[in-house]
Write a protein that binds this ligand. Sequence first.
Ligand code: SIN
Length: 294
Amino acid sequence: MLPWSGKELNGRKTMAYQTIDVRPIAGACGAEIFGADVSRPLNNAMGDEIYQAFLDYQVVAIRDQVLTPQQQVAFARRFGEPNIYPFVKGLPEAPEVIAIVKEPHEAKNFGGKWHSDSTYLKIPPVATMLYAVEVPPVGGDTMFSSAALAFDRLSDELKRKLSDLTAINSAALLDGGRAQGMRYANIEVVGHDKMEMEAEHPVIRTCPETGRKSIYVNVIHTKCFKGWTDDESRPLIDYLIGHITRPEHQCRVRWQKGTVTIWDNRAVQHLAMNDYHGYRREVHRVTIEGNSTK
Ligand code: SIN
């Protein structure tokens, strides 16, 4: 048996992996995976175990990969159908892949506030995958926060109250959607007509595979609760975001060139650290089409 297999994590016993080495990186969520080469078609046992680790840990960082954009898309298909991000043009050889680049002279980064991806879509992406092409010598980590663990730690009364609420998510908020892409000289922005996109989602989502519930509001896209004014909604949205992103709900992925990280957008929020001024960082992103809004 591999060293981390079958360990208990926040009251949950994770499965014993047979084909990959899975090492948790924090108590809340997140694991590294060693011993897989995802550039080639995976046998079912390994593919299923990587998927299971994604469900168990919500964030998995698969180390030491070398991928073309097409190979990244092929691997992404193990998680569902890759979709097209509405606000940034994809690579010519693989339109499902967007390059997120910060040049040494640039001050702002993409994804620098806590969020879940594209919650303004009627069916938001179920997962996001990043592949590290170039990383700074230090810094540029991605932080994750478990909205599932945050749900577990709410009072029963607040869990009940939130379960009755629906949130309205918009692409038009200051840091969301098009506004975010527009800040970067090196990212070609498209989809100017889609800025008004809005979608309603339950505030508490349930993972169809695990039955685990999580809180689904985020600071860059969630506008208000349905039937509540923006002013009435803000204090509770702010409380929930503060609660989700508490340090004990977080993990941190330290990138290496060749790391592939996949996270469950239903269950975690993420933030790209902007602490590497003077260095270049390039990651390639694929988002996976959701199939439900529950
Ligand atoms: C994103 O928000 O999709 C980008 C995250 C990162 O670059 O670490």
